[in-house]
Design a protein around this ligand. Structure first.
Ligand SMILES: NC(=O)c1ccc[n+]([C@@H]2O[C@H](COP(=O)([O-])OP(=O)(O)OC[C@H]3O[C@@H](n4cnc5c(N)ncnc54)[C@H](OP(=O)(O)O)[C@@H]3O)[C@@H](O)[C@H]2O)c1
Length: 292
């Protein structure tokens, strides 16, 4: 099959690129905004026709949650209208969405059929993208994920590694609960959907297994980093005092969901995948990152 990956310079797009070498039965077209701006309906359709694209994996998005509050029009163009463009192109679409489409007020893991109530501009635009895509292309696959990190791009793991070495003390919130997601594991799940003998359209949830707070996540990053960094850097992280704080003690520009845990039963059953625990995947990612 001919597979188009949009947003290929981002965290997930890069992981798709790395994993594609294990799936040589397909031909890949890796594009980012310079090669294919997905906000152009004409350009998307032309690209799909010219290259006989069978499947689009949409890794492109406007992902800056804070900036989206003051730039909702652009976020809407990329996260909603552009997703409709992909759905109208004639190719099958695998689209990535987010836990931010939920209110974050639940206390049991969100399933795919739970009602949505985005609380942020980013969440609203991502939800609009889901709705538009399903309207024009009901055969699409939408995978909602959360707390994504990778060796590529900027993310929470890299920020904590830097702050842990720069600061004497660091407060991280313990009242926001979710499941970290190593983008490489999400890419594995996407390939399971691509290679399934039957196309299973629908909405799915994917994160790593296990649940933690951002404080717990940071605690584990610091513990693992100390075993992987050189002595001087490890000593710096060891001496950084990690404090658990409440969200109310942190100056957030934009409200964050308190509960982001997603129920992954459907994706595991449908595609027969098993998902690593977040601590195991964090170790894999840090080993790669800190070897570089
Ligand atoms: N990051 C998270 O924690 C998280 C959590 C839940 C869900 N998700 C979802 O997971 C998916 C992948 O996220 P990610 O973290 O890999 O994103 P990312 O690293 O921000 O990558 C997105 C890529 O899309 C590109 N892009 C932006 N506008 C475009 C356009 N008009 N046409 C083509 N490409 C464009 C970006 O380029 P520029 O960098 O130049 O803008 C960037 O290279 C997204 O759908 C996101 O909403 C992410």
């Amino acid at each position: 099959m001919n597979i188009l990956i949009t947003g290929a310079n981002g965290q997930l797009g890069n992981e798709m690129r790395v994993l594609s070498v294990q799936h040589t039965q397909h031909t890949y077209f890796f594009t980012d905004i310079a090669e294919l701006d997905i906000t152009s309906r004409e350009a998307v359709t032309q690209f799909v026709v010219d290259n006989a694209i069978d499947i689009i994996v949409n890794c492109a998005a406007y992902t800056n949650v804070d900036k989206a509050e003051t730039d909702e029009a652009l976020a809407h163009e990329i996260n909603a209208l552009a997703v409709e463009n992909l759905g109208l192109s004639g190719a099958r679409v695998i689209h990535i969405s987010t836990d931010y489409i939920f209110s974050g007020e639940a206390c049991v893991p969100y399933s795919e059929t739970d009602s949505v109530a985005p609380r942020t501009a980013y969440g609203r635009t991502k939800r609009e993208g889901e709705v538009l895509l399903q309207a024009v292309c009901p055969e699409s696959i939408i995978i909602r994920t959360a707390w994504l990190y990778s060796t590529f791009g900027n993310n929470f793991v890299k920020t904590m590694l830097r702050l842990g070495q720069d600061r004497e003390s660091l407060g991280v919130v313990f009242d926001q609960i979710g499941s970290p997601t190593y983008a490489e594991d999400l890419a594995v799940a996407i390939f399971a959907a691509i290679n399934a003998p039957v196309w299973h359209a629908g909405v799915y949830h994917f994160t790593n297994e296990g649940v933690c707070s951002w404080y717990d996540f940071t605690h584990e990053i610091f513990s693992l980093a100390q075993t992987l960094l050189d002595r001087e850097a490890a000593e710096k992280i060891a001496s950084c005092q990690l404090r658990s704080i409440l969200s109310s003690e942190y100056q957030y520009q934009t409200q964050r969901p308190h509960y982001s845990v997603l129920n992954k039963s459907k994706i595991k059953q449908t595609f027969g995948i098993s998902i690593p625990h977040w601590t195991d995947s964090l170790q894999v990612c840090l080993e790669k990152l800190l070897k570089e």
